[in-house]
Design a protein around this ligand. Structure first.
Ligand code: BTN
Length: 273
């Protein structure tokens, strides 16, 4: 296994990166409560766009829906990226979409594993969760001031140490049977985020590629979230990452934030509505 603190100083990460925006500045912590919280603090201080906040260990790592993100020290990629995008607050999920595509591509390139995405922002290998994204937006007077995309990837760990999470978990090393070079994976993710973010700024939409990577479409789902519990057939996603869910009565509901708790057994056409 690589020696994180020895090999991944900010200088080492930045040196071979060759990006234009992402990772031009690197803020590294051996141990920190949460890289997302630190990135929010730095964004409020106007740190340059693309700053990477990365840690070897989080003592209060945050997952979606108020959950904790657990990772033994030195086993994972735990980082956050600061963006100041020219997007409406309703479009902020486009950043999550492009970053999840970047992570999926980098995993597939580095390991040959078939990385997929579970709506809205889980990374899966063979149906098990290998990573997740948590985007936090700063909004004032209806304007998006900053967006922080936090990314956690289980790289070199035994999934048993994570206990019994809601979604069965895995790690890259567990899937390929040998340890994975975290520095190479990190660089590959950052390069892909950089390329895609520059494309987004030129008007590119991540929707089509993201939809193609999603494991969720065509499945019957139960979603639990602020909207209560919804069941239906996942038809498609829109430009802002919202899921278009066909309910039993035939109504198509646009769901932006939810939690796919269950993939239901397929039903006959008419039962699905
Ligand atoms: C999820 O799947 O629930 C999202 C997990 C996001 C975890 C990452 S780890 C780096 C960053 N800092 C945090 O506190 N959380 C994100």
């Amino acid at each position: 296994m690589d020696d994180w603190t020895g090999n991944l100083s900010p200088e080492v990460i930045a040196a071979g990166l060759h990006t234009e925006i992402i990772g031009q500045r690197v803020v590294y912590f051996r141990r920190i409560p949460s890289t997302n919280d630190e990135a929010v603090r730095l964004a409020l201080d106007n740190i340059p766009e693309g700053t990477l906040v990365i840690a070897d260990e989080q003592t209060a790592g945050k997952g979606r829906m108020g959950r904790r993100w657990l990772a033994p020290p030195g086993t994972s990629l735990l980082f956050s990226i600061v963006f100041y995008p020219r997007l409406d607050p309703t479009q902020v999920h486009r950043l999550t979409m492009l970053c999840s595509l970047a992570v999926a591509d980098a995993i597939s390139e580095s390991t040959g594993l078939p990385a997929r995405i579970k709506w809205p922002n889980d990374l899966l290998i063979h149906g098990k969760k290998v990573g997740g994204l948590l985007t936090e937006a700063g909004i004032q007077g209806g304007r998006l001031l900053y967006a922080i995309v936090g990314i956690g990837v289980n790289v070199n760990l035994d999934p048993e140490v994570l206990g019994r999470p809601l979604t069965p978990a895995t790690s890259l090393s567990h899937e390929i049977g040998s340890s994975v070079d975290r520095l190479a994976l990190l660089r590959s993710i950052l390069r892909s985020v950089d390329r895609r973010y520059r494309m987004l700024r030129e008007g590119w939409s991540p929707r089509a590629e993201w939809a193609a990577r999603l494991d969720t479409l065509g499945q019957r789902l139960r979603l639990a979230g602020r909207h209560g519990v919804l069941e239906g057939l996942a038809l498609d996603v829109d430009e802002d990452g919202a899921l278009l869910l066909k309910l039993a009565g035939g109504e198509v509901r646009r769901v932006l934030v939810g939690d796919v708790t269950t993939h239901l057994a397929p039903e006959t056409e008419d039962q699905a509505g």
